[in-house]
Design a protein around this ligand. Structure first.
Ligand code: FJE
Ligand code: FE
Length: 298
């Protein structure tokens, strides 16, 4: 059976169409990120703009910077990130905690390691917004680790960050319809997870090794797997003797032109020019940036 035959009919799982190893690169101020989506080979996987597995050791971090036109989703794996924004909002995202930030028309913030020792690790996903929502008021949705719903069945444990799995639904509202599931499979476990038709979806391996979709070989840590469009969901197997942990993320494609200038993502160059002007002039959502500096900034 070929890949297309397997994925084409009803009942089959999606196939893996591309696989990338995310290698470390420098971003921000001394921070290291393993970027998969957002690097030049994989500029945009509609609606996803960036997927970074980041690693921070003080004094490295992401000091005061703006965003407009999309959402950032930060999910911590080790240590913590202290954030602070231009409306005076502050907090720490600890291990297993989630911050879902809709930048909308504008946020200026800093994201720094929560303590001066240790290595602080997590995932940051940038999700695009449709043109109708790029200029909405910014908003945050946060979930502490203990409030993220978890379910187990047959050696599969899922933490439901967004969307639905094993009969559990996340309370997170996704402006762009999105699913974000954190799976752990015990040795020998097999997973079948539905993914809505027409959604783009990918897997990113966090720990151990797994066999996904039609792949013959297993995939290990730091690998991103793009899933093909056909089939009703993901099938995964842990054929190893250790735990396998990965995220499955899917989203409804927006299908609009994307013009990106660093932390600003709009539909046209004219809108980007306007955004740069707004940021420089502290207008149209950037008013609070005029007299604000984070505590991290000297
Ligand atoms: C950014 C470069 C950056 N990935 N992962 C340019 F690094 C960033 C940025 C981040 C970021 C922050 C965290 Cl906490 C985790 C990240 C990139 O802040 F916004 C631009 N424009
Ligand atoms: Fe940021």
């Amino acid at each position: 059976m070929t890949t297309s035959e397997r994925g084409g009919g009803g009942g089959g799982g999606r196939s893996v169409v591309r696989k990338y190893l995310a290698r470390p690169q420098h971003e921000g101020a001394g921070a290291v990120v393993r970027r998969s989506i957002g690097r030049f080979e994989l500029k945009y996987f509609d609606p996803f703009l960036v997927l970074d597995e980041f690693s921070l050791s003080a004094p490295a971090g992401f000091p005061d910077h703006p965003h407009r036109g999309f959402e950032t989703v930060t999910y911590m794996l080790q240590g913590g990130v202290r954030h602070e924004d231009f409306e005076g909002r502050k907090g720490t995202i600890g291990v297993g905690d989630l911050q879902w930030m809709t930048a909308g028309r504008g946020i200026v913030h800093s994201e720094m390691p929560a303590s001066s020792h240790g290595t602080h690790k997590g995932l940051q996903l940038w999700i695009n917004l449709p043109s109708t929502h790029k200029m909405i008021e910014p908003r945050y949705q946060e979930m502490a680790s203990e409030n993220i719903a978890e379910a187990s069945e047959g050696g599969v444990t899922v933490r439901v960050i967004a969307g639905e799995s094993l009969g559990i639904k996340s309370p997170i509202y996704t402006t762009t319809p999105t699913m974000f599931l954190d799976f752990t499979l015990e040795p020998g476990a097999h997973l079948q997870q539905l993914i809505p038709q027409s959604w783009n979806a990918f897997v990113y391996v966090l720990q151990g090794e797994g066999v996904f979709g039609n792949s013959r070989s297993s995939s290990t840590t730091h690998h991103l797997l793009l899933l093909g469009p056909n089939g009703d969901g993901l099938e995964a197997w842990n054929k190893s003797s250790k735990l396998l942990r990965f995220i499955l993320v899917g989203g409804e494609p927006i299908g609009q032109p994307v013009v990106q200038w660093g932390p600003f993502v709009m539909n046209t160059q004219q809108e980007i020019d306007q955004t740069i002007q707004d940021y420089e002039n502290f207008e149209n959502g950037f008013e609070n940036a005029k007299y604000w500096r984070s505590d991290d900034q000297d």
